[in-house]
Design a binder for this molecule. Structure first.
Ligand SMILES: NC(=O)C1=CN([C@@H]2O[C@H](COP(=O)(O)OP(=O)(O)OC[C@H]3O[C@@H](n4cnc5c(N)ncnc54)[C@H](O)[C@@H]3O)[C@@H](O)[C@H]2O)C=CC1
Ligand SMILES: C[C@H](O)[C@@H]1OC(=O)[C@H](O)[C@@H]1O
Length: 256
């Protein structure tokens, strides 16, 4: 098992990519902390994931908290230490993408997106890194960035900068935390069918267009991202830091 004896925190783990990653980390032997929004639905989904994980003999606990709140990272770390005694891997996954045009972008939509996707993440990464530094045996931090760190989106002008920011944060943290043996990398998913884009992809034309642009001929599924996250979390990636792993079915390179 690739993650035996490691404690992994994953934010936004109640559904979508985070849920698939949490399940796969647990399958690979990790003790998992399921970060979720703390809302009724998030809590319910987190408990159902704990049951799923326990059913195959894995270990998991849940911690609720708004990803936009700078204190949530400390809460997640405290929950991990209380339940399992350590933090070895931190996966920053929680995020939102409320599609909206640029010229009339409401300030609150912009600020909520940046606070949820980037500002909260900064302090959560800092909290996890301090815990790892104090433990003295290194660790791995993974940001779920996006193909959108590299390319634009006319209805995503508030979102793409947050994904570029996470990618950049991992590059800088790789330098800042390398001396402590803490590796920092990002995963850049292409278009993965989840709740975040359910409404956008309900438009059949858009769905067909996005699928046709993907050389592998289909949109991604959350499980397509779980393996790359496990790899970067594991000792198989022990010399990988400051890297970004594009997981997009070939979407990015498909110019013509
Ligand atoms: N689905 C896609 O095509 C892609 C998704 N991503 C990124 O993957 C990450 C996961 O998204 P998906 O699984 O696709 O969508 P999703 O909507 O299924 O999952 C998002 C998760 O983040 C959590 N979350 C949202 N706001 C939160 C808050 N304020 N506090 C705590 N938790 C909060 C949700 O509860 C949920 O668990 C996001 O960061 C997204 O930007 C990146 C590239 C492509
Ligand atoms: C929400 C989008 O459909 C999805 O998220 C991203 O980061 C990419 O832009 C994907 O298309």
């Amino acid at each position: 098992m690739l993650l035996a004896d490691k404690t992994v925190i994953i934010t936004g783990a109640s559904r979508g990519i985070g849920r698939a990653a949490a399940r796969e980390c647990a399958r690979q032997g990790a003790r998992v902390v399921i970060g979720h929004s703390g809302s009724g639905q998030g809590t319910e989904a987190a408990y159902s994931l704990i049951e799923e994980i326990k059913a195959f003999g894995g270990q998991a606990v849940e911690v609720g908290g708004d990803a936009a709140d700078p204190d949530t990272g400390d809460k997640l770390v405290a929950g991990a230490v209380k339940a399992f005694g350590s933090v070895d891997v931190f996966v920053n996954n929680a995020g939102i993408c409320p599609f909206h045009s640029f010229l009339d972008m409401p300030r609150e939509v912009y600020l909520k997106t940046v606070n949820t996707n980037l500002n909260g993440a900064y302090f959560a990464v800092q909290a996890a890194a301090n815990q790892m530094k104090n433990q003295g045996r290194g660790g791995a931090i993974i940001a779920v960035s996006s193909i959108s760190a590299l390319v634009g989106g006319g209805m995503q002008t508030h979102y793409t900068p947050t994904k570029a920011g996470l990618h950049s944060l991992m590059q800088s943290c790789a330098i800042a935390l390398g001396p402590y043996g803490i590796r920092c990398n990002s995963v850049l998913p292409g278009t993965i069918a989840t709740d975040i884009n359910k409404e956008d992809l309900a438009d059949e034309e858009k769905l067909a267009y996005m699928t046709s642009r993907t050389p592998l001929g289909r949109l991604g599924e959350p499980d397509d991202i779980a393996g790359p996250i496990v790899f970067l979390a594991s000792d198989m990636a022990r010399y990988v830091t400051g890297a970004s792993l594009l997981v997009d079915g070939g979407l990015y390179v498909n110019l013509q």
